[in-house]
Write a protein that binds this ligand. Structure first.
Ligand SMILES: CCCCCCCCCCCCCCCCCCCCCCCCCC(=O)SCCNC(=O)CCNC(=O)[C@H](O)C(C)(C)COP(=O)(O)OP(=O)(O)OC[C@H]1O[C@@H](n2cnc3c(N)ncnc32)[C@H](O)[C@@H]1OP(=O)(O)O
Ligand SMILES: NC(=O)C1=CN([C@@H]2O[C@H](COP(=O)(O)OP(=O)(O)OC[C@H]3O[C@@H](n4cnc5c(N)ncnc54)[C@H](OP(=O)(O)O)[C@@H]3O)[C@@H](O)[C@H]2O)C=CC1
Length: 515
């Protein structure tokens, strides 16, 4: 019997960010392994015209939850969706709901965050720092609380090369930052943002670091742990391989490459691609929840959930395997044949952006205009280039994360728990994982049917022929222009034509003689 699964039985669990990528997999695993848990409270807001109930219904009816429905048929009765907006000072939770949360919650998993790299500092502080502070305040009023698990990121200290499982201080106290957001106006905040974030690349990593400081400062008597995952990717094994439902991390770029938009990225092939499967993160999170509640470590422990230390893969290997998978499993209606390469310097990046990204987009938009349709490719390409520029920082560097606490936890688990809550990435086969990842993107993100693969392959063949035709036409036009302008080119052309003519006459003459 799994001790961790038994621990969550009968518990009331509060999850923030349950509608996100990580949150959904966390809920799924909890219900599947501990179907006898009492209730999962999820703090959520209505979105895209959907009420809370409609959002929950959609999640429970997705492919991800198919296995859960078999082991926990009354799963819908065990989810309590509570209206909450983490952008509001008191989360806008009703009095009755707040009362229930405070009096019943046993475990808190705080996953909600803004993960956008381009968010203005005010928004990122509100969600990643202030909301964390408020949630801790709520937690401190929960008499039955056994553990509070905060999800941070391995990149919260990406300004360092070697990162230990400790909370590093930021130069300005989080409390001061929170206070200043209350009275500074947006233009001033924008002006001071680069100074505040210092050598971090964006507001996301900076505010996640502030969030960790808040956790440390406001922990009081709570049993708290921090988990720092690196780049969270599709599921490795559970509930099935390859599940993914958002564009963050590598997923968006894999789509862009598979559809033929992305032709070149400024990346260092030998840099470590520290991708970690989402089910691995969830298994570690649940094990940490159990360990923190049962063993009550004296201080706040930080756990690195990374792959580079145990089983490194680099961006070069990942890129090659992604391209190889497109040969077997192409995406439908590609814009160009999938082919992408890594560039090493700014000059080459600018060159390929102009030649392979912007120029085809302009030509295609011209064609759309000619055929009476609305041009859209240039806009899409500009967004892709903006995304590339924001991700570049992470694909041109390597980091070392120490993993003492994670390894210690692994050794604390029973063999059964090590199997059910496996977070040992040494067993991960990257080539297999990447292939399943690409397949998962096709099925669950792009919602493409596997029956369409022959047609997708035909489409790629047509694109190849168009490509050859286009290049030949371009060569002929260039040659024709050259002949018109240069005596030298004319002489070469005359030489080639007369040579071919002589060769032809020779063969004709020799074949006549044979007869
Ligand atoms: C040797 C030869 C080899 C050959 C090789 C060949 C290679 C060929 C294979 C290539 C694959 C292998 C290499 C992979 C490298 C991956 C590096 C990943 C590093 C990640 C590090 C993460 C570290 C930290 C981890 C963490 O701790 S946190 C989690 C990470 N957080 C994020 O990843 C948020 C990023 N995102 C945003 O920051 C916002 O999204 C924002 C982008 C500003 C847009 O923002 P905006 O334009 O305002 O609007 P959106 O609505 O968001 O999107 C608007 C439009 O952009 C689209 N789109 C949104 N996103 C993405 C995205 N990612 N990628 C692409 N498109 C995206 C969306 O489809 C929409 O398109 P549309 O629908 O218009 O057509
Ligand atoms: N994905 C990754 O690569 C990595 C993620 N992490 C961390 O993991 C955690 C989860 O990330 P992930 O699941 O990928 O992110 P998602 O963007 O998929 O999910 C974010 C969640 O936060 C919720 N949320 C955002 N704003 C609010 C708000 N104002 N009120 C209520 N809820 C809100 C979202 O709700 P809604 O659906 O309503 O928008 C969603 O459920 C984050 O803390 C992130 O920093 C760490 C390392 C890597």
């Amino acid at each position: 019997m799994s001790m961790i699964a038994a621990f969550y039985g009968g518990k009331s669990i509060l999850i923030t960010g349950a509608t996100g990528f990580l949150g959904k997999v966390l809920m799924e695993k909890l219900f599947r392994t501990s179907p006898d848990l009492k209730v999962i409270y999820i703090l959520m807001r209505p979105k895209a015209g959907q009420t809370l109930q409609q959002r929950v219904f959609q999640i429970l009816n997705s492919k991800l939850f198919e296995k859960v429905k078999e082991v926990c048929p009354n799963v819908h009765e065990k989810i309590r969706a509570i209206y909450a907006d983490l952008n509001h000072s008191d989360f806008a939770i009703s009095k009755e709901d707040m009362q229930e949360l405070l009096s019943c919650t046993n475990i808190v998993f705080h996953c909600a965050a803004t993960v956008r790299f381009d968010d203005p500092l005010r928004r990122a502080v509100q969600l990643n720092v202030t909301a964390t502070q408020q949630l801790l305040l709520m937690a401190s009023q929960m008499p039955k609380l056994e553990a509070f698990i905060h999800i941070s990121t391995a990149f919260s200290n990406c300004n360092l090369k070697h990162i230990d499982e400790v909370i590093y201080p930021c130069p300005v106290e989080p409390k001061k930052i929170i206070q200043s957001m209350e009275w500074l106006d947006d233009s001033i905040i924008d002006e001071i943002t680069p100074k505040l974030i210092g050598d971090r690349p964006n507001t996301y990593t900076y505010t996640k670091a502030l969030g960790e400081m808040v956790v440390q400062q406001e922990s009081g008597n709570l049993n708290i742990a921090i988990i720092r995952p690196s780049i969270v990717g599709a599921t490795w094994q559970e509930p099935f391989p390859g599940w993914v439902d958002n564009l963050n991390g590598p997923s968006g770029l894999i789509i862009a490459a598979g559809k033929g938009f992305l032709r070149a990225i400024k990346a260092t092939p030998m840099a470590v691609a520290d991708v970690i499967p989402v089910d691995t993160v969830v298994n570690l999170t649940l094990a940490v929840g159990w360990y923190t509640a049962v063993h009550r470590p004296k201080s706040t422990l930080v756990y690195h959930c990374t792959s580079g230390n145990f089983n490194p893969c680099n961006w070069g290997k990942m890129g090659i395997q992604v391209l190889a998978t497109f040969e077997k499993i192409p995406f439908e209606r590609a814009f160009r044949r999938p082919y992408a390469d890594f560039t090493s310097n700014n000059f080459m990046t600018q060159y390929w952006n102009a030649v392979s990204h912007r120029a085809p987009a302009i030509i295609y938009d011209f064609y759309l205009r000619l055929t009476g349709r609305k041009p859209r490719m240039t806009k899409l390409m500009n967004r892709l280039l903006k995304t590339l520029s924001l991700l570049e920082y992470f694909i041109n560097r390597s980091w070392e994360w120490s993993t003492y606490n994670t390894e210690m936890l692994m050794s604390e688990l029973s063999p059964e728990d090590q199997r059910v809550f496996n977070f040992d990435v040494r067993q991960l086969n990257w080539l297999e994982y990447i292939e399943n990842y690409v397949l998962g993107i096709k099925k669950y993100l792009l919602k493409e049917d596997m029956a369409g693969i022959p047609e997708a392959k035909q489409h790629l063949k047509r694109l190849r022929n168009i490509h050859y035709l286009f290049n030949t036409a371009l060569l002929l036009i260039a040659w024709r222009l050259l002949i018109a302008r240069s005596q030298m080119a004319r002489n070469v052309w005359f030489f080639i034509v007369s040579f071919c003519y002589k060769l032809l006459s020779y063969f004709r003459a020799s074949s006549t003689l044979k007869v």
